[in-house]
Each structure stands twice: as structure tokens, then as C-alpha cells.
Design a protein around this ligand. Structure first.
Ligand code: S3P
Length: 171
């Protein structure tokens, strides 16, 4: 584990389709740290899928749960955590993240994101919408905030192992 992160968790932020989960898993394996996916932790806690959480309880309840799950994860031993795409937009989550972890933004271009979210129906914010338009709007709102991450890694269309190496070098 590089000195720069010793004792802290690593958090991956970025839009849906950026590769937070696939890179997170690989990064954790290479660093010998546990991996957690915030969305999956929410599903475990809620006992249902993310689309079901949105449908049954609404987005605000999801966001509250997401903030609590992340606070709990960050309070534990160092690990690699993949955030959901909206998590870092919460000011309190950004503050806790700044205090407890090293954050990495996986910055991708719109065409890459559109390609990666194609054919999947597990994301309530994209359901029944034009995915490209929606992702473009989310980029406008979120990229200035994601830019507060400690490290920014530009991801092209390369395979996840390649991006993981880029992240390792950036740490
Ligand atoms: C969301 C992203 C999703 C999930 C939820 C909301 C968002 O996570 O948390 O559907 O607001 O961008 P992924 O980024 O892992 O798809």
C-alpha cells in the first residue's frame, strides 16, 4: 500500500458507467484491501434492489440511507469503496470523505458512459429516459463537484485492468 494512502480508505466516485465497481474490485485486490460497493450495502440493508428502494421509499430516503451506509463504511478499517454516482454530491458525505479517505474520480467522456450503461435496467435515474440526454445533464451538474476529489483519473475505453494500473500510478 503506497504511503500516501496508508491508514485511509480509498473511495471511487464518478457517474454511472464510469467503472467504479469494476475498478474498485481490482484496486482492492492489488492493494490487499477489502472491497465494498455502497449500492450493494444499501440493497443488503434494505433487503431489496435499488430500483425497488426508489419506487417504495423515494429518492430522498435512498440518499439518506446512502449517507448512513457510507459513514459506517468510512468509520471501519481501510478498504476500497465504490460510491453510487450521486453519493459524492452530498456535502456531508464529501466532508466525511475528505476527513477519512482518499477520493478518486474516474472521469469518462459521454460516449463511453452511454456505451457502458446500455442494455442495463438497474438504474432508476435512467429508466424511461433518454440515457444520453440524462447523462449529459448529470455531467453538467456533477463534474464540477466530482472535481473536488483528491485524484482525477481520465478513463478512455481501455479495459478495467489498464485503468486500475493508471489509478495505482496516480496514488
Ligand atoms: C445513482 C447511481 C447509482 C445508484 C442509484 C443513483 C446516481 O450507482 O446509486 O441508481 O445518482 O448517479 P452507480 O453509479 O453505481 O450506477
Amino acid at each position: 500500500v503506497p504511503d500516501t494512502i496508508a491508514g485511509r480508505s480509498i473511495v471511487l466516485v464518478g457517474l454511472m458507467g464510469a467503472g467504479k465497481t469494476s475498478i474498485g474490485r481490482r484496486l482492492a485486490a492489488r492493494l490487499g484491501l477489502p472491497f465494498r460497493d455502497a449500492d450493494q450495502e444499501i440493497e443488503l440493508a434494505a433487503g431489496c434492489t435499488i430500483p425497488e428502494v426508489f419506487a417504495r421509499y423515494g429518492e430522498q430516503a435512498f440518499r439518506d440511507g446512502e449517507r448512513r451506509v457510507i459513514r459506517r463504511l468510512l468509520a471501519g478499517d481501510p478498504m476500497v469503496i465504490a460510491y453510487g454516482g450521486g453519493a459524492f454530491m452530498d456535502p456531508r458525505t464529501r466532508e466525511t470523505t475528505r476527513d477519512e479517505a482518499v477520493s478518486i474520480w474516474l472521469r469518462c467522456t459521454l460516449p463511453t458512459l452511454v456505451r457502458r450503461v446500455a442494455g442495463r435496467d438497474n438504474r432508476p435515474l435512467l429508466m424511461g429516459r433518454d440515457r444520453e440526454d440524462t447523462l449529459r445533464q448529470l455531467m453538467d451538474v456533477r463534474y464540477p463537484i466530482y472535481a473536488e476529489a483528491d485524484v482525477i483519473v481520465d478513463c478512455g475505453d481501455e479495459p478495467p485492468d489498464h485503468t486500475t494500473s493508471t489509478v495505482m500510478q496516480a496514488l
